[in-house]
Design a protein around this ligand. Structure first.
Ligand code: PGA
Length: 250
């Protein structure tokens, strides 16, 4: 059965206590979803990771960022071994908010992706164009650069296990979700790029998600797209009810 992913990105929301209450509420449903091929993931703050991953073995718990060095003089950063020590096996890379506010580039994403894969971690690599790029018809060019530069030096086997999330920046947190046609076109384009860079078997296997104002009302449209393997959800993942309703729609 092909896996479908529903990954909630909590961003800078929820205290440890709130995070524990949330996963406690959704936990009983997760095994059933899993039996139906749905992998449910959560990306809490660094501080809540340890408590969320503990006793929630069926959840894919991912950090929102990491540093590519294992240790050193990098004030405020968290390394991959530190994440692994508390049981974390996955990490978001290159979310547009990190590209915008933290000067994340395709090159820095690539360093992190290489290090995560070297450490047997599951990266979730985010790509997407800004509104200005979308309006000036540069979407495919931008996506191509993000994929080619971001995946530089990655092997076929590295890419086979990757999750890529296409998130048009203009749709994130704006309520203006991209049409399912756009999501399908760009996810298919990413698959085509992977085929050109690697081979067709890896292009079929790599998981590609859509993200950007995904809600209960529109999630099904995306799940009907042949090249979309799931969704990355921000706002609608913050409430237990809306998150569960969204998963039920898949
Ligand atoms: P949103 O965020 O669902 O609130 O638009 C998506 C994301 O940032 O991954």
């Amino acid at each position: 059965m092909k896996k479908t992913y529903v990954i909630g990105n909590w961003k800078m929301n929820k205290t440890i206590e709130e995070a524990i209450a949330f996963v406690h509420a959704i936990n009983p449903m997760i095994p059933t979803y899993q039996q139906n091929g749905i992998i449910v993931g959560i990306c809490p703050s660094y501080l809540a990771l340890k408590d969320v991953v503990k006793n929630n073995k069926n959840l894919l718990v991912a950090a929102q960022n990491c540093h590519y060095k294992t240790n050193g003089a990098f004030t405020g950063e968290v390394s991959i071994p530190m994440l692994q020590e508390i049981g974390i096996r996955a990490c978001l890379i290159g979310h547009s908010e990190r590209r915008l506010y933290n000067q994340e580039t395709n090159e820095s994403c690539n360093q992190k992706l290489q290090q995560l894969l070297h450490s047997k971690m599951q990266p979730i690599y985010c790509v997407g164009e800004t509104l200005a790029q979308y309006e000036s018809l540069q979407t495919k060019q931008v996506i191509k650069e993000q994929i080619v530069q971001g995946l530089n030096n990655l092997t076929v086997e590295d890419v086979r296990g990757l999750i890529i999330a296409y998130e048009p920046v203009w749709s994130i947190g704006t309520g203006k979700n991209a049409s399912s046609q756009i999501a399908q076109d760009i996810c298919a384009y990413i698959r085509q790029l992977i085929k050109e860079l690697y081979d067709s078997s890896v292009s079929r296997e790599v998981a590609i998600l859509y993200g950007g104002s995904v809600k209960v009302e529109n999630v099904r449209e995306y799940m009907q797209c042949s090249d979309v393997n799931g969704v990355l959800v921000g706002g609608a993942s913050l409430q237990v009810d809306s998150f569960l309703q969204l998963i039920e729609r898949i």
